[in-house]
Design a protein around this ligand. Structure first.
Ligand SMILES: *[C@@H]1O[C@H](CO)[C@@H](O)[C@H](O)[C@H]1NC(C)=O
Ligand SMILES: *[C@@H]1O[C@H](CO)[C@@H](O)[C@H](O)[C@H]1NC(C)=O
Ligand SMILES: *[C@@H]1O[C@H](CO)[C@@H](O)[C@H](O)[C@H]1NC(C)=O
Ligand SMILES: *[C@@H]1O[C@H](CO)[C@@H](O)[C@H](O)[C@H]1NC(C)=O
Length: 305
């Protein structure tokens, strides 16, 4: 009798453990989550740094991901030396709506600014009186990336197909939102376009896709299993860097002064490069006429350009 009761108890404990294990789940599309619970509709977890529940089979919004990353830097990560720093441009602790999207106005202490749907600042920083009447939609995203050296050439049309496939598989992005993929060895430019009338409620937002891609390229993937996997001619394509440009439905409201300074800097660099090229050309022409030996060094310097 005693033995039977013991066995029954053991069975009960095992059953409870089993049930609990069954409920817990891992969040396939978002590593920055806690308190995961599975039900009929799949795995649901709480996004770290907020109380918002997210669906694990879908991409999480960029706003919640950024919030989780900022929270993560306070708990769980190791303290960094006092003067250690990273390029923090673009990451801040954002205010998110319950739906996960960015609030139009973001503040840090008393400094406030307006953002687009990708959370990128689109106005000058101002004081707390700043009004942001609407969240302006980023309807066009240009991802400029680069692949590392490879032994086989990349066929541009295959590349386009592979990127469309992988973005569909990995980020659930409908290929119709990839408006173009331009290849110019080693640069790859991926253009995503999605305006408000095209996007349905189930569609993933292009800003979230761009963020997941950026994280994948930086080796800081948010997706639990597998890596970004694009093969061209049976050779995996390795991405080196990703720069993301945002085009909003309304132009940003920066003062033109800053933009002009940037444009002038680019023009100066281009002119300097042209002048340097002409000088090198003139020198190499002259030397070639005079000495045989100079040929080697002039070739070397031309190769630099
Ligand atoms: C599953 O869990 C999530 C998160 O707790 C909840 O929002 C959803 O309504 C649940 N669905 C069902 C069918 O219980
Ligand atoms: C926010 O403010 C803190 C301290 O005032 C500062 O260190 C940080 O760089 C600011 N971040 C942004 C995105 O402005
Ligand atoms: C949205 O994009 C589609 C397809 O490019 C275009 O036909 C439509 O006019 C656009 N709508 C708006 C409001 O810009
Ligand atoms: C790419 O190739 C690797 C092995 O070379 C393979 O494991 C992987 O499944 C391939 N991926 C695709 C998308 O074909």
């Amino acid at each position: 009798m005693e033995l039977l009761r013991g066995a029954a108890l053991l069975l009960l404990v095992a059953a409870v453990c089993w049930a609990q294990q069954d409920q817990g789940c891992t969040c396939a599309k978002n590593k920055r989550t806690s308190n995961c619970i599975g039900n009929d509709t799949g795995c649901w977890c709480t996004s770290i740094g907020s109380e918002v529940s997210v669906r694990c089979d879908k991409l999480t919004s960029k706003c919640l991901l950024m919030k989780a990353e900022m929270a993560g830097s306070k708990s769980g990560r190791r303290e960094k030396p006092k003067h250690a720093y990273v390029d923090n441009d673009g990451i801040y602790d954002p205010d998110c709506e319950n739906s996960g999207i960015f609030k139009a106005r973001q503040c840090n202490g008393t400094s406030c600014w307006c953002v687009n749907t990708a959370g990128a600042r689109r106005t000058e920083k101002s004081d707390a009186d700043l009004q942001c009447s609407e969240l302006v939609r980023t309807s066009w995203i240009i991802i400029e990336t680069k692949h590392s050296e490879r032994s086989t050439a990349v066929d541009a049309s295959r590349l386009k197909e592979s990127i469309k496939n992988e973005f569909k598989e990995r980020y659930s992005l409908d290929p119709k939102y990839i408006s173009d993929v331009v290849y110019e060895n080693p640069y790859i430019t991926i253009e995503l376009k999605q305006n408000v009338s095209q996007k349905s409620a189930q569609d993933v937002d292009i800003a979230d896709v761009a963020y997941y891609f950026e994280k994948d390229v930086k080796g800081d993937s948010l997706i639990q299993s597998g890596t970004l996997n694009i093969n061209i001619s049976e050779e995996p394509l390795k991405f080196d860097q990703a720069l993301i440009y945002y085009v909003d439905e309304k132009p940003p409201e920066f003062s033109m002064k800053r933009l002009t300074a940037g444009v002038i800097a680019v023009i100066v660099v281009v002119i300097l490069a042209i002048v340097a090229g002409i000088i090198v050309l003139v020198i190499t022409r002259k030397r070639r006429g005079k000495y045989e030996k100079a040929e080697v060094s002039s070739k070397g310097s031309r190769a630099l350009y």
